[in-house]
Design a protein around this ligand. Structure first.
Ligand code: PBG
Length: 320
């Protein structure tokens, strides 16, 4: 035998030298949930070690994460029912605690990257990402609301806008309103290929944002499709996206790889709530080793081609 591949695996040092995938803390974005009020840290049943934080405690948590080397965060609001309405007006109201939180975080930690979520579901009495009219999601009227939301977030000082709504044309519409208002430096990480997935269940528990009727299949992608993700990628690129996201990650590694091969933009992947919950549930039962499993999960996402990973495992990864 001239070739014995095992020679390159014979010691830890050699394995390190030949390792093809290098996962770093700097690749990760840590999702955090915010709730209005003070001094609250509310556990989320289906997402162990994730909490809905009030801003005072969230600031401390961000500081802790920063010390561990996590510098990038995406924020999601859990909105009280009395603030919800059909048109998600609270999402761009100057009273919105989420916008105030963005301002506070950016003033205290200007060096950290803060990313937002743009979608109507946390603010909508219908629990849909777009505007429901006669039982249908009206694409173009949704764009107007999403643009107001994105502009309000830019005014609050967000670094990266994250449209997760999957309406057609929203990246271009948001880019245009940002530019018109001199926010040419505010980035857009588009949820490019966001699938209608069962893996979002725990997240919807966290935000109490599940659709009140129907599902999200008329706007989120069909899990059976891959070529279609290239249409979305091409459009987002033309419309001005800075980063293209695939979501969920684990069941869509082929989509991550396809988009990476076909675009020169950085690609991100969202390792979603259900993917996090599965590992915790199995580890709690003693069926899987928690640390080894989540590191393998994150490594596989990076190996598939993701430059950036949004993951609830970020803090545990940083702890080492
Ligand atoms: C809502 C949104 C969802 C997630 C991020 N933004 C849920 C959904 O589309 O229903 C899911 C994140 C996760 O499951 O971790 N626009």
């Amino acid at each position: 035998m001239n070739q014995r591949p095992r020679r390159n695996r014979k010691s830890a040092n050699i394995r390190e030298m030949v390792a093809e995938t290098n996962l770093k803390k700097q690749d990760l974005i840590y999702p955090l949930f915010i709730v209005d009020g003070i001094n609250k840290k509310i556990p989320i049943k289906s997402m162990p070690n994730c909490f809905r934080w009030t801003i005072d405690l969230l600031l401390k948590e961000i500081e802790v994460c920063g010390k561990l080397g996590i510098n990038n965060f995406v924020l999601f609001p859990a909105v009280e029912n009395h603030h919800k309405d059909k048109k998600a007006t609270y999402s761009y109201s100057s009273k919105n605690f989420y916008l105030k939180a963005i301002q506070t975080i950016k003033s205290m930690f200007p060096e950290f990257t803060i990313m937002s979520d743009v979608a109507m579901d946390p603010y909508s009495t219908d629990g849909h990402d777009g505007l429901v009219i006669n039982g249908n999601i009206d694409n173009d009227q949704s764009l107007e609301i999403l643009c107001k939301m994105a502009l309000a977030q830019a005014e609050a000082g967000i670094d990266i806008i994250g449209p997760s709504d999957m309406m057609d044309g929203r990246v271009g519409a948001i880019r245009e309103i940002l530019d018109e208002n001199q926010f040419t430096n505010t980035s857009i990480m588009s949820y490019t290929a966001k699938y209608a997935s069962a893996f979002y269940g725990p997240f919807r528990d966290a935000l109490d944002s599940a659709p009140k009727h129907g599902d999200k299949k008329t706007y989120q992608m069909d899990p059976r499709n891959k070529s279609e993700s290239l249409i979305e990628a091409e459009l987002d690129e033309l419309e001005g996206a800075d980063v293209l996201m695939v979501k969920p990650a684990l069941s869509y590694l082929d989509v991550i790889q396809t988009i990476k091969k076909n675009s020169n933009l950085p690609v991100s992947a969202y390792n979603v709530s259900g993917e996090y919950a599965m590992v915790h549930a199995a580890a709690e039962k003693g069926w899987l080793d928690y640390n080894q499993t989540f590191i393998e999960v994150l490594t596989s996402i990076k190996r598939a081609g993701a430059d950036i990973i949004l993951t609830y495992f970020a803090k545990d990864f940083a702890k080492g």
